[in-house]
Design a binder for this molecule. Structure first.
Ligand SMILES: [Zn+2]
Length: 74
């Protein structure tokens, strides 16, 4: 049975470093991120289409004020 060299936890399979995955990360740091398979293109912001989410949020705020006003008036 293989055990981690650092914490002695049993390992399912022997590793190159002799450490478990958690200790390996602790000792060696997290693995470097893989480069994206598809190169990211910078997205150009669409200034012509109205921002519907922002408009929806504005209206929700307005509805909230209207509801509060009604509560206070009642
Ligand atoms: Zn360990």
């Amino acid at each position: 049975m293989t055990r981690c060299n650092r914490c002695g936890r049993t390992l399912k399979a022997p590793t190159a470093t002799g450490l478990g995955p958690t200790c390996e990360r602790y000792v060696l740091g997290s693995k470097p991120k893989r480069a994206p398979a598809v190169e990211r293109r910078t997205v150009k912001r669409d200034e012509l289409t109205p921002d519907l989410f922002a408009e929806d949020a504005r209206q929700a705020v307005r509805r909230g004020f209207a509801a509060a006003r009604e509560r206070l008036a009642a």
